[in-house]
Design a protein around this ligand. Structure first.
Ligand code: SAH
Length: 238
């Protein structure tokens, strides 16, 4: 079963949104589980501090490698990757979430302050993962995003498994536009084709719209889509 362990200075933030709706139900039903480790418990001083000033000078504080190592070593690894949430990391992708969701889970390390001592990455085989090109105040929200992206893909967690195959990124494209009632909203109608009952025409229209949206909003994705074709759920590597 997928088990997420989150190493954080703020364990009280969890499970937070991970316990809402289908994810919470999925956890109650035993499709996935999680726990937290409070890094501060591994502090070696009476003040409970886990950080120190940066070598070489400069602003802020850096989380200490020895304290992080002790926190990591307290966790049963079970073949799980240790992923440190970091703006310097490899960007998280849907493909990576798919691959992680099929594995034993993740150990997520949340940074705070200026960041963490570089030596921990090689010393404990920690991989840096980013959730986007912007800077958060800490890794906790990023860890929640990573875990949520994985857990919703675990069979049984989302009610309607077939909706997964058609979403943004799954076929290498962003999703086509969706509509529902009312048929007329402030003078804006649902496109006729969607009310035609002609499944082939509807599929063709959706595909065309998905390509159009991807081409205009994300030319980078569209170029990759044209080169590689759709992402195959059954043969993704990372
Ligand atoms: N000084 C660092 C940023 C520190 S932000 C730098 O310039 O790279 C504090 C913590 O927030 C980081 O250690 C990381 O755990 C988390 N964080 C910030 N932005 C993130 C992002 N885009 N993705 C994942 N984690 C992020």
């Amino acid at each position: 079963m997928f088990h997420a362990t989150v190493l954080t200075l703020y364990p009280e933030l969890f499970p937070g949104p991970l316990d809402a709706s289908v994810l919470g139900r999925g956890r109650a039903e035993g499709h996935w589980s999680f726990d937290t480790v409070n890094i501060r418990e591994f502090s070696d001083n009476k003040y409970g501090s886990v950080d120190d000033t940066p070598a070489g000078g400069g602003a802020g504080l850096v989380m200490r490698a020895d304290i992080l190592a002790a926190a990591i070593d307290s966790v049963e690894r079970n073949d799980r990757p240790i992923l440190c949430l970091s703006p310097r990391g490899k960007p998280l992708t849907q493909r990576r979430a798919q691959s992680l969701s099929k594995g034993p889970g993740v150990i997520a390390l949340c940074g705070r302050f200026e960041g963490i001592d570089e030596r921990i990455f090689a010393a404990r085989d920690v991989e840096e993962v980013s959730i986007g090109d912007f800077v958060l105040a800490g890794g906790e929200i990023a860890a929640m995003a990573l875990i949520e992206a994985c857990v919703r893909l675990i069979p049984g967690v989302l009610g309607c498994a077939s909706s997964l195959g058609e979403e943004s990124f799954e076929g290498g494209l962003l999703e086509y536009p969706q509509y529902t009632r009312p048929r007329d909203f402030e003078g804006r109608a649902i496109p006729d084709v969607l009310l035609s009952g002609d499944h082939q025409r509807i599929a063709d229209w959706r595909r065309k719209e998905a390509e159009k949206i991807t081409r205009t909003r994300r030319p980078d994705l569209f170029e990759r889509f044209e080169q590689d074709g759709p992402i195959r759920r059954d043969k993704n590597k990372d």
